[in-house]
Structures are given as C-alpha cells and as structure tokens.
Design a protein around this ligand. Sequence first.
Ligand code: SAH
Length: 492
Amino acid sequence: MFLTISTSGTAALPATDLGFLLHKHPDNAQRFSTSYGTAHVFYPEADAERCTAALLLEVDTVALVRRGKGKGKGKGRGGAPDAALAQYVNDRPYAASSLLAVALSGVFSSALRGVCNARPERAAAPLPLRIEIPALPARGGPELVRRLFEPLGWAVTVEPVALDTEFPQWGASRYVRLVLESEALTLAEALRHLYVLLPVLDDAKHYWVASDEVDKLLRAGEGWLPRHPEQKLITSRYLSRRWSLTRQAMERLELVRLAEADDSEVEAIDNAVEEETETEERPAPLAVQRREAIVAALSASGAARVLDLGCGQGQLVQELLRDVRFTEIVGVDVSMRALTIASRRLKLDRMGERQASRVQLFQGSLAYTDNRLKGYDAAVLSEVVEHLDLPRLPALEYAVFGHARPRTVLVTTPNVEYNVRWETLPAGHVRHGDHRFEWTREEFRAWAAAVAERYGYGTEFVPVGPDDPEVGPPTQMAVFHRNDTEKEAKAA
Ligand code: SAH
C-alpha cells in the first residue's frame, strides 16, 4: 500500500516545508509500527522546487488475522478452508484501503489536525498538492471516485488498472490509479479527505465499526462533509452500512449544516417560507402585522406564561422574548426541522442564563393531550389549525381547550374570502399547498363558537391586516377567554 504527497515551491516558500507540515524530516527515512504492520515514511525527492513524501505500509497479514479483527469472514479455525486462506492471501498488502487510512491518521496525526508549531502560517494556507495512489480499490469505479473528490476542489485523474497487463481482454480490475491535484486546499484538509474517502472507496473495513466511528467521521469531515453532495453514501459506507449509526451521523451533520448556516441563510429560509405562506403586502408584511396583533392581544390578557403551539421556525417566540412581560415562553412544534431552525434563530446555545431560563422549545403533536402544556396563562395557535385535516381538528380542540386549558387562547387563520384580493393567487386556490382548508369569516365564527360552547370559553374576533368592507381582513383572529376565570375575576 502506497501513496505519495507532493508539493512545489520557491526559494521563499520552499517545497521542503512539507517536512515541517508532516512532522517528518525530509532527510530521514522513518519506520513506525502499527497494529497491522510497518509504516515507512520517506522522501523520494526533496528540494526547494519539489518535495514528495511517500507513505508505504507493509501489512503483516498474519498479525491482521491474529488480532481477530478480520471482517467476520471465517475466523480461521472451523471456517471453510478457502475462507481461512483468504485471510492470508488477499489484496490487503497491495492496495490502499482502510488500513492505509488508519496508518495515515497514526503517522500524520498532527498534520491531520493542522497543527504545526514550526510553520503555523503554512499549515493554515492552501498549497499546491499532488497526491498519487497507484492502486486504490474503488468500488463504484472511476465515476464514483470523481463524484467523491471533485466537489472538494480536486482535479481528479483516475485510470482503471487492468486485471492483467498481459491479457488486456480480461478488462479492468476493481483498482484504479488515482492522482489528485489542487492548489486550493490545506494539507490538513487534503489528509482528512483521504482519511474518510479511502475506506469509503474500499467499502470493506477491516475492523469492527463501533459507535465512536461516528465521532471520528464528523471530526474528519468537519468543514466539508456537511455540504458534500454524496454525504449520504460517504456516511453509510464509512460506517459499514450500519443503519443506526448512519442515521445518527446524518442527523448530526444536518445540525452542523444548520449551525454553520449564517444568519443570511436563516433569513433566506424565512423569506422563502413567508413567501410560500402568503402573498405579502407592503408596507408591513402580513406576518408582521399578525405577530403585532398577537402580542397586543396577549398583553391585553395579562398573560406572562405563554405557549406558542405550532411555533414553526420561532419568529413569534423571538418577538415575545423581547418583551419582559412574558416571563416564560414555550414553543411547541411537530417538526424537528422547524425546531432546529428556531433554536438557531434564537441562538439558544449562546443565550445568557437568564434569557435562556425564559424560553423552551420542544417537539410535540397537538393532536394528542400533553401534560407539559398544562398550567399556562395563554396559548397561541397562529396559522396552525388549517394545517390539520378537518377530522383531526377535534383532537386538537380537546388537547388545547379541554386538557391544557389555558386562560386565554388565540387562534389565527386565513380568511378565504380575502383571497380574491391577492392579485397573484389564482381564483379558487388556497394560499399554501399544505393548507387543508381555509374558512370564510362565517365558518370560522361558527367553529369558534362551537369550541367555546363545548369547553366553557367566551370569544371575541379581531381582524388582522386591512379590513376590506366587502371581503373582510386577510387574517382572522379569535380570542378565547376561559369562563371560570371571568367568574374568578368577579369574585376577587
Ligand atoms: N405559528 C407559525 C407557523 C405556522 S405554519 C407562524 O405563525 O408562522 C404551521 C406549523 O404548525 C408548522 O410549523 C407545522 O409543523 C406545525 N404543525 C402542524 N401540525 C401540527 C401538529 N399536529 N402538532 C404540532 N405542530 C403542528
């Protein structure tokens, strides 16, 4: 197993600095014993213009078998004879593979982490790199090799290796000769790409994949894996297709991706969502007017502890947090993705302790009763009811008005009559693909009256947005007050 790393340089920036970056002096040939054999590091060429470091791994197949970490295939004694033989006679000694990746991380561990006290500025900077691997097992062929390396900024030359050069008619083996070239990457990035992608291409890990492999993968994949188009294939193969680990890694990568997304990206998501949600109006978008109306109604009710049910991406929670009258704000949504974006928006991880103690986000479905929702002053259902199928609505009504029973409940929903005023909305269409229904003012009032009657609440209706004399406002809001509190208030 063999790979070379070359760089070029000038008198001012000599190529031999590669020796500092790899923490291996170009004048010495060095040996390192690893658990699977001996790794040699030497420099076939080393001057100011060009410097090449070679890593050669001599695998001790006997040691490999003795360690008992062969990948489940015939553990020697008791196995089929040819399986036992395959442990000794296989391609391990010749081909780059997961073993080479392990050697790479062992021999060049500081370089992999980008640590170089002697030349820190060079370790941090991209440099011209050429990496050659003469025999790389590549399950998926040259095409997959390209799909893995090209998105990372490598110019890729990949040639299938003939099964036997004397018999070209036998066709290609599963090996390729790979040359990677780039001027845009640091050495640490390059090594981390190899560390992850060599075993992915080999697709036959020689050792048992334990759960700490997820950590190793995410660490080595930092900065590139979360955005790699083949992220799923890489993750799944790296983790030897252990589905539970793969899923765990994919979820963590998604969180990393969202955490890396800067505020402008969150804004962009917002804008897309808001555009999707409704056609906007100048000057204040309807979503803003709706939040203002909700905050005003909450303040009027004197609520301090508030539930935002179906909080989506957390815009209202953020607004409520700015107002000290709201001492406790809880956002609930069924969508984990929405909650992740909400926590990113609120910067929950960077929030001071006092602020953090006022806010909570959790996942839950409003179609089920939930004791965590009990004991609050008010609950908001902003643009949520129309996302439930009508037959499921009574379950939500019971969960909120019958079980959680806050003193005040605010419900907003589109007024379908107003849709004729949206110039861009084709006649007869709802405002959002996920709306299961949209109500007229009369339908909404009838629904609210029935719920209020059943659960002992009184209702008021508030228009949100311009109240058109003919078709009414774009958004309609019902404010429910629990009847027994009115009695309590009178008694007090
Ligand atoms: N309240 C926000 C988001 C409205 S979009 C706003 O006014 O902008 C509707 C939200 O309700 C979505 O985030 C969706 O995930 C959530 N939702 C839909 N059905 C739900 C259910 N059964 N339980 C909890 N949340 C639900």
